[in-house]
Design a protein around this ligand. Structure first.
Ligand SMILES: [Ca+2]
Length: 97
């Protein structure tokens, strides 16, 4: 499994497919940019799934501040890609212990 994740990270084409699928599932209005309310919706869903406290407005702002590198207030495909790369790298690290 970690070999597969590494293959994804090693291939720009595979990585783009994975990022596109994740991006489209978050960018529910297909505007091409992920907004504050879309990030909030995802974080709220994840907290429900995990049975944890829903995110505060501040939590959402922190995530956006972290991802929104060009500071235009929305998350572009390229900005989202950085997040997915981080997630994949974290998953590989976890699996390899
Ligand atoms: Ca941005």
């Amino acid at each position: 499994m970690s070999a597969t994740l590494k293959q994804i990270l090693a291939s720009e084409e595979k990585l783009n497919e994975v990022v596109r699928a994740a991006f489209d599932s978050v960018n529910t209005d297909k505007s091409g940019e992920i907004t504050h309310s879309q990030i909030e919706a995802v974080m709220t869903q994840v907290s429900k799934d995990l049975g944890t406290q829903p995110p505060s407005a501040n939590d959402v702002n922190e995530v956006i501040k972290h991802l929104d590198t060009n500071k235009d207030g929305v998350i572009s495909f390229d900005e989202f890609k950085v997040l997915i790369k981080d997630v994949l790298n974290a998953m590989i690290k976890q699996m390899e212990g």
